[in-house]
Design a binder for this molecule. Structure first.
Ligand SMILES: [Zn+2]
Length: 550
């Protein structure tokens, strides 16, 4: 009996030993297989209606992305002040301006009594490339939240390489944020100099410096912008009513890049800024640097963020139905096609993911809308300023009460709100005076803007999504639909559909192609990319567009 027990015990021990020797390998935690490279393409003023209206003109990169990607054709910004700075920081962070604080292209600073640009940082010094003269002061210090790129840098096993390029500092900075090790942010100053600031590096990055030296902007001097496609491919008229004429140009093709001085000076740079040459420069510099810096060629995820600005500059002048706008996109289609071809070779097709969107849309040129039967016109910001000053004098007497007006934000000097509140009916009277200005639809005061009580009013909800105390105006003056605040040409920056609706598109690694009619906003891009890369955003107002993920 004892012997049998011992035998059984030995058998058990032997089996246990055998088990240990032949056990299946331990299961490891399944890992997210991240894309090697995240490519973020933001086309300034790329209206949500353009793919449907002009998509048949695209046969290269834009065609490949829209036909092979996951598109969200109903996507729109959910806030009111639809401008460049707010849009890029929303895309870069996955939060709304009420959270990231970059509420507009500028806001009133009571200390200096000025309206500095959103990226203005007196402590930041320009670091120019290619021997240019840098004079501007930019950083992302006023953004209140980390970007997707910042979070990637914090949470990656290997330090990612992050490269962001745009004509505009607010675009390049907005897409990747405040910066850190391995992060290169490049923009073009108003004088045409390619630059970064000492917030990002103390000395010019040698690869960027070498590229800019080998590719001077002045090489475009004397070039002529003509249509890329046959004339019959363009919709509408070249000579449209209400178009603006940039200095040295007419309302119709061709457009020459030159200056009265005969030199590549500021007048030439102003034309270059609003020509397809700037988009081509950004695309070609991005392709060259992506290869040189070996973006996406090692395990882990790198980031390439590009802001294409020509469409915005051209759209403001010539409007969304112009041949110029159509031509900028036809040429950008080629630029993006070439960039994708480069990445197919350097990173590998299917190993990178692309996100495409815009920072805002655009209003039709009011004269053209009026000709089609719309109640359309121009709201003059000078009228709003004068009405505010006159009303304040009537209500409060002579004094310094008016501070500034920008985008839809009207600012009063410190203490003036209390004076209006203290005088019976004064607040309502002031709002009535602003609402009486031709082209003004509605006026919102400090109590409505700052209140935390929920509202059923969709316009007030949109304004509050972009409301940031201490930066937003004391009053919001909203123009009527189709009454843009532009003296000539057109603009954006309102809570109306044509300004809010933009494409949102994903393409490539981990993406399930299709047309998704679910509600989406550009604030969903960063959370969706974070999910693809297996990282966490500390704060997000957007959500993961899971239907587009494999
Ligand atoms: Zn813009």
């Amino acid at each position: 009996m004892i012997r049998r027990v011992v035998t059984v015990c030995l058998l058990i021990v032997a089996l246990a030993g055998l088990g240990a020797a032949q056990a299946p390998p331990r299961a490891s935690v399944p890992r997210v297989d991240p894309p090697r490279l995240v490519v973020l393409l933001v086309i300034d003023q790329f209206s949500g209606e353009y793919p449907n209206l002009y998509g048949q003109q695209w046969t290269h990169g834009l065609a490949r992305l829209f036909s092979g990607g996951a598109t969200f054709p109903l996507a729109a910004f959910p806030y009111a002040d639809t401008v460049t700075c707010a849009g890029h920081f929303t895309i870069g962070t996955g939060t709304l301006p009420r959270t990231h604080g970059m509420i507009g292209d500028d806001w009133y600073d009571p200390a200096t009594k000025r309206l500095p640009e959103c990226t203005t940082d007196p402590d930041a010094t320009s670091v120019p490339f290619g021997g240019g003269t840098g004079t501007e002061h930019h950083s992302g210090r006023w953004s209140m939240v980390p970007s997707f790129a910042d979070e990637l840098r914090l949470q990656s096993a290997r330090l990612p390489k992050i490269l962001s390029i745009s004509l505009k500092a607010r675009s390049a900075i907005g897409l990747v944020g405040r910066g850190g090790p391995g992060t290169m942010v490049i923009w073009n100053e108003a004088n045409g100099t390619w630059a970064t600031s000492d917030v990002y590096t103390k000395t010019p990055w040698p690869d960027v410096d070498a590229y800019v030296r080998a590719h001077p902007v002045a090489a475009a001097y004397g070039q002529t912008w003509t249509r890329l496609l046959p004339l019959s491919s363009y919709l509408f008229d070249d000579d449209g009513a209400g178009e603006n004429t940039p200095a040295g140009w007419t309302r119709t093709f061709p457009h020459e890049l030159k200056s009265p001085s005969g030199q590549p000076d500021r007048a030439f740079i102003s034309q270059w800024d609003r020509s397809p040459w700037i988009d081509a420069y950004v695309g070609e510099m991005a392709s060259a640097l992506a290869v040189k810096l070996r973006l996406g060629q090692e395990p882990g995820t790198d980031v390439l963020a590009l802001g294409f600005s020509a469409l915005d500059e051209v759209g403001h002048d010539f409007g969304p139905r112009s041949h110029e706008v159509q031509d900028v996109m036809a040429r950008l289609d080629v630029v993006i096609g070439s960039l994708l071809d480069t990445l197919d070779t350097s990173v590998g097709a299917g190993r990178y993911v692309v996100a495409v969107t815009a920072d805002h849309g655009v209003a039709p040129i009011p004269e053209q809308a009026a000709a089609l039967g719309f109640n359309a016109g121009r709201t003059r910001s000078a009228d709003i300023r004068q009405a505010a000053q006159a009303s304040l004098t009537t209500l409060l007497g002579e004094g310094s009460f008016y501070a500034g007006f920008s985008e839809m934000s009207l600012y009063l000097t410190p203490g003036t709100i209390d004076l209006l509140r203290a005088k019976t009916g004064a607040m309502e009277e002031f709002k009535r005076a602003l609402a009486a200005v031709p082209g003004v639809a509605r006026v919102f005061g400090p109590d409505e803007l700052a209140a935390s009580t929920p509202t059923e009013d969709p316009m007030l909800r949109a304004i509050r999504n972009g409301y940031f105390p201490g930066r937003s105006g004391d009053f919001f003056v909203v123009p009527k639909p189709y009454w843009p605040m532009a003296a000539a040409g057109t603009t954006h920056g309102t809570p109306y559909g044509y300004d809010q609706r933009v494409p949102v598109l994903f393409y490539g690694a981990g993406i399930k192609a299709g047309r998704y009619l679910s509600a989406a906003t550009p604030a969903d891009i960063a959370p969706t990319l974070a999910a693809l890369c297996g990282i966490t955003l500390a704060q997000a107002d957007g959500h993961v567009l899971g239907e587009a993920l494999k």
